[in-house]
Design a binder for this molecule. Sequence first.
Ligand code: FA5
Length: 340
Amino acid sequence: MKDRIEQLRSDFEAALGSATDASELEALRIAYLGKRGHIAALMQGLREVEDKKTAGQLINSLKTEVEDRIKNADEALRRAAVDREIREAKKYNPTLAFPREMGSYHPITLATREVEEIFRTMGFTIENYAEIVDDYECFEALNIPKHHPARDMQDTYYLENGQLLKTHTSAAQNAIMKKYGAPLRAIFPGRCFRNESTDACHENTFFQMEGMMIDEDISISNLIYFMKTMLSEVFKRDVKVRLRPGFFPFVEPGFELDINCAICGGEGCPSCKNSGWLELCPCGMIHPNVLEAGGIDTERYTGFAFGLGLTRLAMMKYGVKDIRDFNSGSLKALSQFKSR
Ligand code: FA5
């Protein structure tokens, strides 16, 4: 009996060594541990053995050994299968886990930078100014006293402390004059706010770029030269503009500078309120009251100022028909500026 058991043990070792998958292992288990398997046959053979106890122990130990070895081999086969799956799977690329879309500059930022660069090369300083200002900066210092009708055009959002969201970049004129004195060449872009209904060419939050040049003998010719240079540089071609008288209490004389609508080519469309022209850059010679409020010697110096509608400039430059697209936050609209 002992020899049979040893023979079975070594046969089992050989068979186990050549089992390569779960079905072969299962066949081995049935062959050894099944009802009609080798171990069951050994048990039956016990009847003819004298030392049943010792033989029984040997058979049981062989049975336990076969059970353990098959269980271990099964686990090893499963582990190997998982390892193989990982190895053979496509290599994992962690950078694909999050879509890494490149962002892009907002068209207003692009337009601002371009105009800034044009004025920088012409010797202008670039200034940043606050969005929250006080009544003096936004109106009083600009020759717009309380109850002046010009205030009606620029209703805005007031804070409880009396300050307000600036309605135009002109609100920085006084502070800039006080900061630099004359002679002075400065531009100051900024966000403006107005309490007004929106349409294709009006927003309640939009950008302007103010410019001032103060020196001896500054005249309207200088103003026109700088405006024309800026526009032809921005549009890289001659642009049709028209200058007409315009009233602003802080300039005298004052002008409206309109640009031929680039969306309809001047035929009239919602973007230009069907006029063919778009108010882009009011300007004029700075009013002596405003210069004096800024501490400038009006006997010696004169100057011009302009308030370029940056958002409208971006509309014309990029062919955006509706000004509201800029504040829409729509990626479909804004991502079109990626390559610029
Ligand atoms: C002003 O704001 C004056 N401060 C401009 C100025 C400066 C005149 C210096 C003289 C000297 P106006 O309200 O027209 O003016 O606005 C200037 C430009 O800002 C407009 O021509 C237009 O291009 C733009 N703008 C005005 N309101 C809006 C609006 N609601 N939405 C979009 N752009 C606007």
